[in-house]
Structures are given as structure tokens and as C-alpha cells.
Design a protein around this ligand. Structure first.
Ligand SMILES: [Zn+2]
Length: 116
């Protein structure tokens, strides 16, 4: 009980784009001519060529890397700021800290945006 999802039970028929045969929207392809059924193949997250999930995965990976780099930049800036000998050094370190902090926040938002 409760195992069958509502969209699986709601059967509807569409015309095959190739041969106009009545095909269930739940079918992957037309049983008569074998043409792929768009209603079944287009809405899922995984596209037939698998491009979208890879793109999302790569994006979230590069965002993760960016977050890591920004936090490293922040910490290097923080440590350098405390151990700076000259005002120029401490100014540069502060700049690195600010860039790291802004990048970190921006990338955190970007990751949230990508993952939904
Ligand atoms: Zn067909």
C-alpha cells in the first residue's frame, strides 16, 4: 500500500509522433514503431544523453572548490594581517580577507541556488 506514485497510476494516452498510434504516456517508446515518447522522456531530471545531471554536478563541484579557495584566502589573509610587519602588508592581507569572505558568501548563495 502507498508504494505506487500517483503519476504512475494516472494513465493517459498520447499519439505517437511517428505513426500516430495511441501510446501510454508511461511508455518509454511506441510499442508499434519504437519511437521515443516525449512526454515520458523529457520531464525527468535525467535527459537521454545525461547532460544536465553532469552539468549540475560539475557546477556544484566547482562551487565547492571555490568555497574552499575563498575560505583558504580568508584564513591566509587573517593570519597575514596579524603577523604583518608593514601597513602595506596588513592592508593586502585585509584585502585578501574581504575578497575571501565576499567570495565565500556569494558561492554559498550560488550553491544554494544551484541545488534549489
Ligand atoms: Zn509509433
Amino acid at each position: 500500500m502507498g508504494k505506487v506514485r500517483p503519476e504512475e497510476t494516472a494513465m493517459s494516452l498520447i499519439s505517437c509522433p511517428e505513426c500516430s498510434n495511441q501510446v501510454s504516456t508511461q511508455a518509454w517508446s511506441c510499442p508499434k514503431c519504437g519511437a521515443p515518447i516525449a512526454a515520458r522522456n523529457s520531464p525527468p531530471l535525467i535527459s537521454p544523453d545525461g547532460k544536465r545531471p553532469v552539468t549540475v554536478e560539475q557546477t556544484s563541484k566547482s562551487i565547492k572548490l571555490g568555497i574552499l579557495l575563498c575560505s583558504v584566502a580568508f584564513w591566509i589573509g587573517l593570519i597575514t594581517a596579524f603577523s604583518a610587519d608593514t601597513p602595506q602588508q596588513s592592508q593586502g592581507a585585509m584585502f585578501l580577507m574581504v575578497i575571501g569572505a565576499i567570495g565565500y558568501v556569494v558561492l554559498k548563495i550560488a550553491r544554494w541556488w544551484v541545488n534549489g
